[in-house]
Design a protein around this ligand. Structure first.
Ligand SMILES: [Zn+2]
Length: 378
């Protein structure tokens, strides 16, 4: 991975750590060399960033003063007389709060270290709250997590359902009764720490990229109460003209003769794939009918994905949602359908798989937003 091409460019920093842009950029370069795999000397960092050794020493001194970098000791086997001191990011120096608002029954949150590891958790039952009540519950959850943190907090990341603009305004989230909800600004003013709010699937695709080993040309499909999606192209998050890139849940698949959808149309992707609908269908079916229901759902997702894979030449499609529904016949049917409908020469090696990050994917992605926005690392 190169240092200046990933989510750093995709997520706009909302709080500048330093007034001088170039210096801030160089500090991020130094941190990025240590972020993925640490243990480098100042000379190693200078070589990788192409900054001078004097500049690197200066930047390292500043980052050590901020507590972000620590000296590990001297490299073993170095030549006599020229011991190199190894440096690493201090992943425990600060903590991040990651919040996932995508579950319809509860808001979930965690305190994470700078490596994206979860240190402690909390959740709050949603109890059908909407509007200002839902916003108050988000704030209450953040307050609980701030109390749980054991190091200074770098920032709060929030993954919200619905359409979210680049300023963290939730333009529309029907399930939570939010319209033009200035969630990022409201929470930032209340807690006086940097807060970043993004769409939940966008957060999830960032987590998959940073922690799931995903490719740089990737679509993530999030199946839950509804069906959401997000696209990472060349390592950058795609927002789209109205911030709804990847949202294919209400695209009609086939000839539109499917089941009626909440949006008023019939045969939307969501009518084939939403978890509650699939669960209800499966409950009423025997084993072979179950297999067929899951294959049909996968086939319809494949029908929707084939032109996207074809147009964007994606390398990977990653699914996030209930394993027992998605992993198996459903995924196989997606692969079969996309293969049948795209050119093997360009798209034959497409991977379709479950995320390995499980239910924590949105919280960990929310942490990536903070790491990327505040430190420029991902
Ligand atoms: Zn619909």
């Amino acid at each position: 991975m190169t240092t200046e091409s990933t989510t750093e460019r995709a997520l706009r920093p909302t709080a500048k750590r330093l007034p001088e842009h170039a210096r801030s950029h160089n500090l991020s370069l130094v941190l990025q060399t240590l972020y993925r795999d640490g243990s480098r000397s100042r000379a190693d960092i200078a070589r990788e960033t192409r900054l001078t050794r004097v500049t690197v020493s200066d930047l390292v001194a500043e980052l050590m003063a901020e507590g972000l970098i620590v000296e590990l000791g001297q490299r073993e086997g170095s030549r006599p007389g020229k011991p190199a001191t190894l440096l690493d990011l201090d992943r425990g120096a600060y903590q991040i709060i990651g919040i996932d608002l995508s579950d319809y029954a509860q808001f979930r949150g965690a305190v994470l270290d700078l490596g994206g590891n979860i240190i402690s958790r909390a959740d709050i039952p949603l109890a059908a709250s909407t509007g200002a009540d839902a916003t108050a519950k988000v704030a209450a959850l953040i307050e609980t997590l701030i109390a749980q943190a054991t190091a200074p907090i770098l920032g709060v990341g929030v993954g919200s359902p619905g359409v979210v603009d680049r300023d963290g305004v939730v333009l529309r989230a029907p399930n939570l009764g939010w319209a033009n909800e200035r969630l990022q600004a409201t929470l930032g003013e209340r807690f006086q720490i940097p807060v970043l709010v993004a769409n939940d699937a966008n957060a999830a695709v960032l987590a998959e990229h940073s922690f799931g080993g995903a490719d740089r040309d990737l679509m993530l499909i999030k199946v839950g109460h509804g069906v959401g999606g997000a696209l990472l192209l060349g390592g950058s998050l795609l927002y789209g003209s109205r911030f709804a890139a990847g949202e294919i849940g209400h695209v009609v698949v086939g000839t539109g003769d499917g089941a009626p959808c909440v949006c008023g149309k019939s045969g939307c992707l969501e009518t084939w794939l939403a978890a509650p609908r699939l669960e209800a269908q499966l409950q009423a079916a025997d084993a072979s009918a179950r297999h067929q229901i899951l294959r049909e759902a996968g086939k319809h997702l494949g029908l929707a994905l084939a032109p996207i894979v074809g147009a964007l030449n994606l390398a990977e499609v990653v699914l996030s949602g209930p394993n027992h529904l998605l992993d198996g016949g459903l995924t196989e049917a997606i692969i079969d359908t996309v293969r049948d409908r795209t050119m093997a020469e360009f798209h034959g090696d497409l991977t379709v798989r479950m995320t390995t990050l499980g239910e924590d994917i949105v919280m960990r992605g929310a942490a990536v937003m903070v790491l990327s926005g505040q430190l420029g690392v991902s």
